[in-house]
Design a protein around this ligand. Structure first.
Ligand code: FAD
Ligand code: GLY
Length: 402
């Protein structure tokens, strides 16, 4: 027996059949329905699709090739503590996600044979002036009191750990649990795992808008195609609110450009992720060292600017003069997805049934990818709604003045 539903365009939509209809004089081809459509094949969309594929049929629609945007541009820091500002739910969620990486990396290796370069050797925070020391002590003192591992180091201790760090260093902190992952290998492994789990990956296909009927989302439009689904997860990164939702969203996601330089040393000279007062370096095991990153409000302009290059060379040289003196081997930009209150936007939208958002990961999307997949899957499976702090409903309350 076939289950069908009549749509306003006069289309008999049949599950598991491709059908054709004429809507507003455009011929619409409806693809086979899946339980879930994920829009966007970055680290967030891929992580969610991989998780949901355990008990759903899933299609993931990506405008270009999977993982080529912010998720490849990132430095791959797992800086739950290094990038924290206070002991709040966001911080705790970052820590929870960081703790998920050893199991995730092992499971991806097992499934796909891809080693995602998880390195939890710790992160060093450096100070080069009395003002840096005071600012860092103020910013990180609460972590020890809250029971998180953080050690204060003298300049001599830091240079013993990392001999190529500047002799101007005055001291710093060591965060033994923060680390890094090779984010490009991570997205590659997630994509392969999605394929192995039966996710239908539809690349080179841009979603134009959501298909909404009577306040319920039942698919997406891409050109002349409609992809039908029971649920839609919007994970299109910095472009998340550029897609025509068919209803008002009281917030927009904006791109926050980040620029990175890559240096290369003959062998790995640094053991840790190292955060200076004006930038950070992330050493990869093959001798590459990433130096990042700027934060520019420049729309979707993907240029690497002379000004940013000069700034990053200077911030690298402050951390390590010998590294900063090397030739820049490569450089690139990426667009961090930035919500108005800097917080992620997860979960259901009040005025659109069957739609979940996974947007606004800003500086921490690689770090937050496993926990995002868990939170979205728990919500979609009816196990638990995402915490209200992350829910899009916060913007609806603000818009209504409550
Ligand atoms: P993206 O990776 O941008 O993926 C979104 C996808 O949606 C893209 O592939 C895009 O093509 C697709 N898409 C857009 N529109 C459509 C459409 N209409 N139809 C179909 N598909 C569409 N995070 C960390 O945790 N650690 C770091 O060290 C770190 N460093 C960073 C350094 C830089 C320079 C930058 C820019 C970011 C950094 N981040 C870091 C942040 C992190 O990269 C992002 O938060 C994360 O990659 C966001 O993932 P995403 O999947 O939401 O977005
Ligand atoms: N988390 C590092 C960055 O966004 O630059």
């Amino acid at each position: 027996m076939t289950v069908g539903a009549l749509t306003p365009c006069g289309l008999l939509q049949l599950r598991n059949f491709v059908t054709t209809s004429v809507c507003n004089s455009i011929e619409i081809v409806t693809e086979m329905a899946t339980d879930v459509i994920v829009i966007g094949g970055g680290v967030i969309g891929l992580s969610i699709a991989r998780e949901l594929a355990l008990d759903h049929t899933v299609s993931l629609i990506e405008r270009g090739r999977c993982g080529q945007e912010a998720s490849s541009a990132a430095a791959g820091m797992l800086g739950a503590q290094a990038e924290a500002y206070g002991d709040d739910l966001f911080f705790r969620t970052c820590v929870e996600s960081r703790e998920m990486f050893p199991e995730l990396a092992a499971s991806l290796l097992d499934e796909t044979g891809i080693d995602v370069g998880l390195d939890l050797a710790g992160t060093l925070l450096l100070s080069f002036s009395e003002a840096d020391i005071a600012a860092r002590s103020q910013r990180f003192a609460w972590q020890k009191a809250a029971g998180f591992e953080i050690e204060q180091l003298s300049a001599a201790e830091i240079r013993r750990e990392e001999p190529f760090i500047s002799t101007d260093v005055l001291g710093g902190f060591y965060l033994p649990k923060d680390g890094q992952i090779d984010n490009r290998k991570l997205v590659h492994a997630l994509q392969r795992s999605c394929e192995l789990r039966g996710v239908k990956l539809v690349e080179e296909t841009a979603v134009d808008g959501l298909a909404v009927e009577n306040g319920k989302v039942n698919g997406v439009f891409a050109g002349k195609e409609k992809f039908a689904a029971d649920k839609v997860v919007l994970a299109a990164g910095a472009w998340g609110t550029e897609i025509n939702a068919g209803f008002d969203l009281p917030f927009i996601i904006r791109p926050m450009r980040g620029q990175i330089l890559q240096f290369r040393t003959a062998k790995q000279l640094f053991k840790h992720v190292i955060v200076g007062p004006r930038g950070y370096i992330v050493p990869r095991s093959d001798g590459r060292v990433l130096s990042g990153a700027t934060m520019d409000d420049a729309g979707f302009d993907a240029s690497v600017t002379n000004e940013a290059t000069a700034h990053l060379i200077e911030s690298t040289a402050e951390i390590s003069p010998s590294l900063g003196a090397l030739k820049v081997q490569d450089s690139w930009t990426g667009f961090r997805p930035f919500a108005p209150d800097r917080m992620p936007v997860f979960g259901r939208v009040p005025n659109a049934e069957n739609l979940l958002l996974a947007l606004g990961h800003f500086r921490n999307g690689i770090l937050l990818s496993p926990v995002t997949a868990k939170l979205i899957a728990n919500d979609l499976r009816g196990i638990a709604a995402v915490p209200t702090e992350f829910s899009p409903s916060r913007f609806y309350s603000a818009a209504m003045g409550s």
